[in-house]
Design a binder for this molecule. Structure first.
Ligand code: FES
Ligand SMILES: [Fe+2]
Length: 323
């Protein structure tokens, strides 16, 4: 079989920067109070950590003194105070303010700060706010707490994927209804019942699939901007929730993480019996998507025909988030 490389991104999609929004930079369980987690996203590097009260924070990885990466050598965090490995300046982890320089009494004015990003922790994700011009958040992420369900959501499985799909074309795939039949081989053509602009982004309702493996009665997607999406699948006596984040690493690739939750059926065996086929099927179909998406070009003016789904409607929503 041929091995093929994706064309470099500048040949497949013009660089229009990253959209403003809430980006998942870490899974909650990976973030602790006594260690900085170094991560590389959005063509930058960040550190993720917790304050003494457990609050998650995301900050620039580079010290404002002389630019050392704070999580190198013996860079440390203790009681919410970050100490740089290079000249041991310390910063308050919540505000970023410089609080100590061990070798001078002439304190640098309080204006010397480590950049701390607006951070939220929801649905098992640590989210950092990104704005191309550094502006403050103008919306809040959707959270599954807003759902009124009678049983808790039990985590089933988490899938990490790195993709070279043009970032702006990822969620568009959900509105490309024709590929559901043609690529996934579904015997049913989904229709989108509504696409509603909300405070967090968009709420889309799909007609429930018929004749599929799971007797689904409700299918809806909540988009936080264009970087997070939660899909709620409901049926008679069961429910699935898929919390999907997509965070660019740089202009060439992004990481997509998909976390599957099953509405508690009352026993681990039942949850597994329901969760496993759903997870396996999702992984199988998503792999198919990425086998195409990873190599595709972004076409500003695609040649659409009747039956193609509201792709341009999604794009006009998405454009709001690009500068
Ligand atoms: S570079 Fe961090 S203290 Fe000097
Ligand atoms: Fe698909």
């Amino acid at each position: 079989m041929l091995t093929m490389e994706a064309l470099p991104m500048h040949r497949r999609a013009p660089d229009i920067g990253f959209p403003r929004g809430w980006y998942c930079v870490a899974e909650s369980e990976k973030v602790t109070a006594d260690e900085m987690l170094p991560v590389s996203y959005l063509d930058e590097q960040f550190i993720v950590y917790r304050g003494p009260d457990g609050t998650a924070h995301v900050a620039d990885a580079f010290c404002p003194h002389l630019g050392a990466h704070l999580a190198t050598l013996d860079g440390s965090i203790s009681e919410g105070k970050i100490t740089c490995p290079f000249h041991k300046w310390s910063f308050d982890g919540a505000t970023g303010r410089c609080v100590d320089i061990p070798y001078t009494k002439v304190m640098v004015p309080g204006s010397v700060k480590l950049k701390v990003y607006p951070t939220r922790e929801i649905d098992g994700m640590v989210l950092a706010w990104y704005h191309p011009e550094g502006e403050e958040p103008d919306f809040e992420p959707w959270s599954r707490e807003s759902l009124d369900v009678d049983a808790p959501w039990i985590p089933h499985s988490t899938t990490f994927r790195e993709s070279t799909c043009p970032y702006r074309d990822l969620f568009e795939n959900l509105f490309d209804t024709a590929h559901v039949q043609q690529l996934h081989g579904s015997n049913f053509l989904p229709t989108i019942e509504s696409m509603e602009r909300t405070s967090f982004g968009m709420h889309a309702r799909f007609s429930p699939p018929t004749g599929e493996r799971f007797p689904v009665t409700g299918l809806e997607n909540m988009f936080t901007g264009v970087s997070l999406m939660t899909q709620l699948v409901t049926g008679d006596g069961f429910g699935f929730l898929q919390s999907v984040s997509a965070t660019p690493i740089d202009h060439e690739r992004f990481v997509q993480v998909s976390r599957l939750y099953v509405r508690d059926m009352g026993s681990p065996e039942l949850n597994e019996a329901l969760g496993k086929p759903f997870a396996d099927n999702t992984a199988f179909e998503t792999d198919k998507d990425f086998k195409v998406l990873d190599f595709k070009k972004h076409l500003a003016r695609p040649q659409l025909c009747a039956g193609d789904g509201p792709i341009m409607k999604w794009r006009s929503y998405q454009e709001e988030f690009y500068a």
